[in-house]
Design a binder for this molecule. Sequence first.
Ligand SMILES: C[S@@+](CC[C@H](N)C(=O)[O-])C[C@H]1O[C@@H](n2cnc3c(N)ncnc32)[C@H](O)[C@@H]1O
Length: 185
Amino acid sequence: MSVTHVCPWWLGYFLINPVRKFRHNPEKILGEYVKPGMKVVDFGSAMGWFSLPMAKMVGKSGKVYCFDIQEKMLSNLANRAKKAGVSEIIETRLISEGSEVYRDISEKIDFILLCAVAHEVPDQNELFLTLYSLLKQNGQLLFMEPAGHVSKQQFNNSVELAKKAGFMAIESPVVGKSHSILLQK
Ligand SMILES: C[S@@+](CC[C@H](N)C(=O)[O-])C[C@H]1O[C@@H](n2cnc3c(N)ncnc32)[C@H](O)[C@@H]1O
């Protein structure tokens, strides 16, 4: 296992700054993959830069499960979801040791977003195995990492772990200042 650094909760406010839209426009990045009625996961959601737009994309017949290890990130996200009128679509789930947060959605998920999270996770092998287990057959994972923090080589190493878990590479969408790949179960 490698030593990793977790984004402090207060940095969550920078991640939801509207200026981010120039680089990470959720509709442009996700619009092709996230459709009405889907069950999707925002893994390592923080305060929900992508989760709220995803809720609008899946609509009332869909669901967005937002996972994080920091309670403050998720409580802020839940407040924002309430204000945006999408709290019935968004469900926040705190990951803690020994918890069974994944059990009821195993093999039920259509799409997972993993943006700027993997480099903070000490055991990426386990991470990709977990994400694989959540997806339905042919379900997709959009995996992105910030090019500033994560080298191309590190990103490629992570992709190899994803493939080892069973994923196959579909395409490499172009996303501002990010390494990015669409993977499929
Ligand atoms: C840099 S932020 C990115 C947040 C969000 N995906 C975005 O693009 O705005 C990384 C987030 O991943 C969360 N995180 C770190 N390790 C995690 C883990 N093992 N499982 C789930 N979330 C984790 C952190 O708490 C933080 O909220």
